[in-house]
Design a protein around this ligand. Structure first.
Ligand SMILES: O=C(O)CCC(=O)C(=O)O
Length: 280
């Protein structure tokens, strides 16, 4: 892995701990972004991981032959190990260790592609609403656009301090359709969405947020794809005395899960999804 070139300032660390998110203008270089983008485009063209359930439509019903409105690939480095040799990963490692100490792990979690004009919003949600209800988490997602991220193409937005208390609000599948993998805040919780802060970024910048932070990204209304790659890092989850009731995950019934089960039954090694947005 290349030598890291990045370090958070104490002001950035304090801001992250207080507000629950952070916007960083440059986490890696334009050259590194260009290289990652080439790999990223190849993976999406190949639909890498489709048969194992790692590639699917995050915001649609994911039938074969139907145009995906928000293709996602879990564990992209599993399909392109050269991602592990990027400056982005080296710099993300420094960031994760500064926030969580030397025992923290980190890596590429997923990649989300928003095709031009047709890709809808990523609705308001908390990442922990996807995760194992038996655990509490100390982990972050580092969201990195591979072109400029703007209000027009779907940059990230956050509700400052919504992470405080580590509560998980009620969620449901997008459009209340359990065939859709992505989750959204239950409409009854939408009154919590106020004072949102949008974080436009240059390519190779990054936003950072923890698992309990409420966040959103707009539709891609622009004429170019919105590409984002997301890393995840943190400490192992701590077991809760009383599990949470994340009932929306129990009723979900996606084609992605069916493909993952079929691959497992056929003897293929299927990794549990890494933690991060859009993962279980
Ligand atoms: O890229 C997006 O549209 C949403 C990403 C997201 O929700 C996340 O990284 O947690």
């Amino acid at each position: 892995m290349p030598q890291a070139t990045f370090k958070l300032t104490q002001d950035q660390i304090d801001f992250f701990r207080r507000e629950g998110y952070l916007s960083i203008p440059a986490l890696t270089t334009p050259e590194d972004v260009a290289r990652i983008r080439e790999i990223y485009d190849r993976l999406f063209t190949q639909r890498a991981g489709r048969e194992k359930g790692d590639q699917f439509d995050l915001a649609g019903t994911d039938e074969e032959g139907k145009e995906a409105v928000m293709p996602q690939i879990l564990n992209p480095a599993g399909y392109a190990p050269e991602l592990n040799d990027t400056l982005l990963l080296a710099n993300a490692g420094v960031l994760v260790h500064q926030l969580f100490g030397d025992k923290a792990s980190f890596g590429f979690a997923h990649a989300i592609y928003k095709p031009p004009r047709i890709s809808p919003e990523t609705p308001w949600h908390q990442d922990a609403s996807y995760w194992n209800p038996d655990y509490d988490y100390q982990s972050i997602s580092i969201w990195v656009p591979l072109q400029e991220a703007t209000l027009e193409n779907g940059c990230m937005q956050f509700i400052p301090r919504s992470h405080v208390g580590m509560n998980i609000l009620r969620h449901r599948s997008i459009n209340n359709d359990p065939r859709i993998h992505g989750l959204e805040l239950d409409p009854a919780e939408m009154h919590h969405v106020k004072n949102a802060v949008a974080c436009p970024l240059p390519p190779g910048g990054a936003t950072v947020h923890g698992g309990y932070m409420m966040h959103y990204a707009g539709a891609n209304k622009s004429d170019i794809p919105r590409r984002a790659i997301i890393l995840n890092g943190g400490l192992p989850g701590t077991k809760r005395a009383v599990p949470r009731d994340l009932y929306w995950n129990r009723v979900k019934k996606t084609l992605r899960t069916e493909r993952a089960l079929a691959a497992e039954q056929a003897g293929q090694k299927v990794q549990p999804p890494p933690r991060g947005a859009g993962e279980e």
